[in-house]
Design a binder for this molecule. Structure first.
Ligand SMILES: O=C(O)c1ccccc1N[C@@H]1O[C@H](COP(=O)(O)O)[C@@H](O)[C@H]1O
Length: 213
């Protein structure tokens, strides 16, 4: 079954809705380069409201070590997610499992970077170009993806209810991650779009026997 992460939560009600509809994880964005940025207080409020077994993922992009440590100490997210030029060692210093985002917007030239993060719990492949912020709603060419990634792959970038079924069938990712594709406005989730997204993933899962082989 494909795991589902819904990123860029800024409201308790949206996080609870995602959990109720069947999301496995929610993302909280701390980088200043995002319209979905949350304060520490709001992040704590969202995390405290969640039911059991929903993972929380704190997202950063070239942030200071002290800032990441502060979020680790005060919010206690399940995982960290790094979107910038952070190295594998730098990401690992917090002693937490982490996802490393790889900017796939440049196409095949991004592929060597998939080998640079052996300590990552998963690689999140996003549609933006290196140096740009994610959460742009931009997809990339999934046919570039190698079938033999060493780590679990989290597919992101421009996913929405209309294309996520194809993504699951074509790529067989460990998880999918969505931000703008389930929003009415940045940071505000749309219940109908979120429900349609999760339904589309589950429908593709039901058809896709190859991924479970
Ligand atoms: O969501 C953001 O604002 C954001 C900012 C900076 C780096 C990453 C960000 N979001 C991540 O990007 C992916 C793809 O977003 P989208 O679905 O294409 O809008 C998203 O899943 C977040 O993990």
């Amino acid at each position: 079954m494909t795991r589902i992460k819904c990123c860029g939560m800024t409201r308790v009600e949206d996080a609870l809705l995602a959990a109720r509809l069947g999301a496995d994880a929610i993302g909280l964005v701390f980088t200043t380069r995002s319209k979905r940025r949350v304060t520490l207080a709001r992040a704590r409020e969202i995390v405290a409201a969640l039911p059991p077994f929903i993972a929380t993922v704190a997202l950063f992009m070239d942030d200071a070590t002290a800032r990441v440590q502060q979020v680790v100490d005060e919010v206690a997210p399940t995982l960290l997610q790094f979107h910038g030029r952070e190295s594998d060692d730098w990401c690992a210093q917090f002693g937490r499992p982490f996802l490393k985002a790889i900017a796939m917007g440049e196409g095949a030239s991004a592929l060597p970077r998939l080998r640079d993060y052996p300590r990552a719990a998963g690689l999140l492949l996003d549609g933006h170009a290196a140096g740009e912020a994610g959460g742009s709603g931009r997809a990339f060419d999934w046919s570039l993806l190698p079938g033999d990634l060493a780590q679990p792959m989290i597919l992101a970038g421009g996913l929405h209810a209309g294309n996520v079924g194809d993504a699951v069938r074509t790529v067989c990712p460990w998880a999918v991650d969505v931000a703008s594709g389930v929003e009415s406005t940045p940071g505000i989730k749309d219940a109908a779009r979120l429900e349609a997204f999760i339904r589309a993933v589950r429908a593709a899962d039901a058809e896709q026997v190859a991924c479970r082989a």
